[in-house]
Design a protein around this ligand. Structure first.
Ligand code: HEC
Ligand code: HEC
Length: 437
């Protein structure tokens, strides 16, 4: 009913492309770069050697052949279907590592499920779910599902016994250039690592290495805020997800480990006219422009729902959701012009311990195995309309917004408890508010 009303407010053709519009403030030149960046984001890479040297270099190990395959319509990805390892259309990846944060010796830092001809893929991701029931205070029972991930058909020997896994679905890629512009001091000002104000919520920054300067910087991107800039996020995506080198990560064999000797010996696509890489600096810059300027759609607040949505917004604040999902940031960009902007991302970009239920037990630079970056909520209500699926949280375990809320533990335990105490009508109002974002 709710979805039907929202859909009625927007023509269908517009909905499918709402995450693909450029920011309205782009200059003509920036718009041209945006269009070129879009074509690179959608480009299907091919293996080397190939007659099309501008597109070769795929793999040898890879998870997908284009950015778009995991970020369909710039929206969110989905987990592999339960008990269906043949489901290769999934847009989920599994990161690997040892407690020291070194890569897994045989398989590297990510589990690649595909490979070019001549080498074997690393194996298959097998996903199963265990039901977990939660009883709300009014007696309603909600069944959540907890994922169990197994890596099977391992083609390069057993995994190191201390291997830590982290499964993640691809997030939507809207509004990221705005998140990149939030001044560091505003984010740091909200951190409260020792919880000195005693509200049960700490919030830490993830300090990560900026490969461009070699220095530590505030992490902003990825589910654990592991990447400081979009340039770096995109370069890593090219490298580990598609197997494409670029000026920041130059080896043509991607995530192949020294033990995957055959993989390292195959021809790669590094070439002088591409800055000795498979994707040139200019190509990565264009992809970065694209990911910096995908606009955030306007909120949808039909008149008939306005009262409920307002109530839901009040609950969002009463329940303490906004202690992490910061509704608003205002700052000036472009110092000379002093352009003031105000954005509503519903994230503080900080790390929070969300408890054992969501923990992946795999640290990522400054983030520990229980911490996650507050997910931005802008655009979340459109998730099911952009893509034909709708899964929430880092590994896509939540099938509804309510399930996503009920998984919050740790620092968000108080919020979740307060949510469980709401009446059914209030719960619907809160969800209606989220759907309007
Ligand atoms: C195999 C699937 C896959 C492919 C292919 C892929 N991504 Fe991603 N992308 C992800 C996942 C999963 C994450 C979250 C990563 C994390 O938590 O560290 C992500 C995160 C991102 C982010 C950060 C979003 C945020 O909210 O912080 C950007 C930007 C991005 N990808 C861009 C790209 C670009 C550009 C490409 C192509 C060069 C690409 N991705 C290819 C799966 C993929
Ligand atoms: C202590 C900080 C904190 C509080 C309080 C909090 N959240 Fe979150 N929220 C997070 C983090 C961190 C994530 C990402 C967790 C993950 O992916 O495992 C998240 C994820 C979500 C998601 C899923 C987003 C996505 O893209 O999949 C929704 C929806 C959400 N929160 C809504 C709420 C609501 C509603 C409340 C209040 C009832 C709330 N949150 C309270 C930190 C918080």
């Amino acid at each position: 009913m709710l979805i039907a009303l929202l859909v009625a407010a927007l023509p269908l053709t517009v909905i499918g492309s709402t995450f693909s519009q450029p920011d309205s403030f782009l200059t003509t030149e920036q718009k041209m770069d945006f269009v070129l960046g879009k074509s690179l984001f959608e480009k299907l890479w091919v293996s080397s050697p190939s007659s099309t040297t501008a597109s070769d270099g795929l793999g040898p190990l890879y998870n997908a052949r284009s950015c778009l395959q995991c970020h369909p319509k710039n929206g969110r990805g989905r987990p592999t279907e339960a008990n269906n390892p043949a489901d290769v259309a999934a847009s989920m990846l599994v990161r690997l590592g040892l407690p020291s944060q070194a890569p897994e010796p045989n398989y590297g830092s990510q589990f690649q499920t595909r490979a070019v001809q001549g080498v074997l893929a690393e194996g298959v991701i097998q996903l199963a779910y265990t039901p977990v029931t939660v009883t709300l205070d009014d007696g309603e029972v909600v069944t959540l599902r907890k994922p169990n991930i197994t890596l099977t058909q391992l083609n390069y020997g057993p995994l190191h016994p201390d291997t830590q896994l982290s499964a993640r679905i691809a997030p939507a890629v809207i509004g990221l250039g705005l998140l990149e512009k939030i001044p560091e001091e505003q984010i740091i000002a909200r951190a409260d690592p020792e919880d000195t104000n005693n509200d049960g919520i700490s919030g830490r920054i993830n300090e990560v290495v900026d490969f461009k300067t070699g220095e530590k910087r505030l992490g902003r991107f990825g589910w654990k805020a592991g990447q400081p800039t979009l340039l770096q996020q995109n370069s890593i995506a090219l490298f580990t997800d598609i197997g494409i080198s670029s000026p920041m990560f130059t080896s043509g064999y991607g995530d192949c480990t020294p033990l995957q000797a055959r993989c390292r010996q195959l021809p790669n696509g590094n070439s002088a006219h591409m800055d000795n890489a498979e994707a040139s600096g200019q190509m990565v810059a264009l992809i970065t422009t694209y990911t910096q300027h995908l606009a955030v759609p306007k909120r949808r607040i039909p008149d008939v729902q306005k009262a409920n949505i307002d109530q839901g917004e009040a609950l969002f604040s009463q329940l303490g959701c906004q202690n992490c999902h910061t509704p608003n940031f205002s700052f000036t960009t472009d110092k000379a012009q002093r352009k003031a902007i105000s954005i509503q991302p519903y994230t503080d970009l900080l790390l929070h311990d969300l408890g054992e239920g969501l923990a992946d037990h795999r640290p990522e630079q400054g983030a520990n195995g229980r911490e996650w970056r507050t997910a931005p909520l802008w655009g979340i209500g459109l998730a099911g309309m952009i893509n034909d699926h709708r899964f929430f949280l880092h590994d896509g375990r939540a099938r509804t917004l309510q399930e996503a809320i009920l998984w919050h533990g740790g620092e968000a335990e108080q919020s979740t408890r307060a949510y469980r105490q709401l009446s059914k009508a209030q719960r619907q109002q809160l969800i209606q508010f989220l759907e309007s974002l």
